[in-house]
Design a protein around this ligand. Structure first.
Ligand code: FO1
Length: 312
């Protein structure tokens, strides 16, 4: 079994590759919930939904989040009442939020509801939220604002300079059922090429997760989300400096520190392998820009062979 620490789009692409290389039912994705928000009274889980939609082949092909063949009738009607719609909810996507919210209201926990939703989409990978408890990523800007991650990323388009990032509720949060068990029982633990600051760190912030990663006999192998000093997608380059992390493959490896046994960098960053290996982490370079499923599958296989090397 393979346990994967996962955020949104980058993780979804990586998981598509991994499930082309191994049996999807052998994969447990431990997914970030720090991006989650309540809008119009509905509970929305962007990273869980992005992965579900990607793995079931219904994701919007260019947006890379939300649904393909989407309509926005409800969003348009909501404007009539003055809702400015900065966070676009499509009609098909709304069904997921309506169902999730109803199940949570009747007493279901997120990990149960997530399992129902991924099965309803025929997704073989087991998706587990990092925690069933409240955990919310907050972006504290240099000009003194305390923004929900989605306000920062979507409404403000990641424009404000960031002073600090916090994970509200993390200290009291518990790993969701199956999270620690998956990490301890895994043959290999993989850290997807997700945003370290707002996708992986919120998972690591849940008490018990780091300890499990240190305790597991499984090698922990990560994939750099930075290629040639640049993010592939998203806003990690706007956030990593706030953490004092260099926007580079080596910088992110150093940020994860001794959690990593192996690190996969893009071929363009081969010159950074030496400094990462000096820190005790085995490196391999390979193409990591997952433009198609073949590249993603080859990347996944490279991770697994690095894990096998580390294990010996
Ligand atoms: N991203 C945007 O840039 N604009 C949006 O209006 C937007 C809406 C949205 C709705 C549902 C959902 O699951 C994701 C959505 N996203 C949108 C993407 C979202 O901000 C990101 O997927 C993650 O939160 C960051 O990885």
């Amino acid at each position: 079994m393979y346990a994967v620490l996962a955020g949104g789009v980058g993780a979804a692409r990586f998981l598509r590759g991994l499930t082309a290389a191994v049996d999807p039912s052998d994969v447990v994705a431990i997914v970030n919930v720090g991006d989650d928000l309540t809008l119009h009274g509905l509970r929305i889980c962007p990273d869980l939904d992005s992965i579900t939609y990607w793995l079931s082949g219904v994701v919007h092909p260019t947006q890379q989040w939300g649904r393909a063949d989407e309509t926005h009738t409800v969003a348009t009607e909501l404007r009539r009442y003055g809702h400015d719609g900065w966070f676009t909810l499509g009609d098909r996507d709304l069904a997921t939020h309506l169902h999730r919210t109803e199940r949570l209201r009747e007493g279901g926990v997120l990990s149960q509801v997530t399992d129902e939703i991924r099965r309803a989409f025929g997704v073989g990978v087991r998706l587990v939220p990092a925690t069933d408890d409240h955990l919310e990523t907050r972006i504290h800007t240099v000009d003194g604002r305390d923004l929900h991650f989605q306000e920062y990323w979507v409404r403000e388009r990641a424009a404000p300079d960031v002073a600090r990032i916090t994970f509200d509720g993390a200290a009291a949060a518990k790993p969701a059922p199956g999270v620690v068990e998956a990490i301890l029982a895994a043959e290999t633990v993989l850290v997807a090429p997700s945003n370290p600051a707002v996708s992986i760190d919120p998972i690591l912030a849940v008490p018990g997760v780091r300890e499990a990663l240190h305790r597991t006999p499984a090698p922990v192998v990560g994939v750099s989300p930075i290629i040639g000093g640049r993010v592939v997608r998203g806003m990690a380059h706007r956030l990593l400096p706030a953490l004092g992390v260099e926007v580079s493959a080596a910088g992110v490896a150093a940020h994860y520190g001794d959690l990593l046994d192996g690190w996969v960098l893009d071929t363009t960053d081969a010159d950074q392998s030496a400094v990462v290996e000096a820190g005790g982490t085995r490196c391999v370079t390979t193409p990591t820009l997952m433009d198609d499923i073949e590249v993603a599958a080859a990347l996944a296989r490279t991770c697994l062979s690095l894990a096998a090397e580390v294990r010996t």
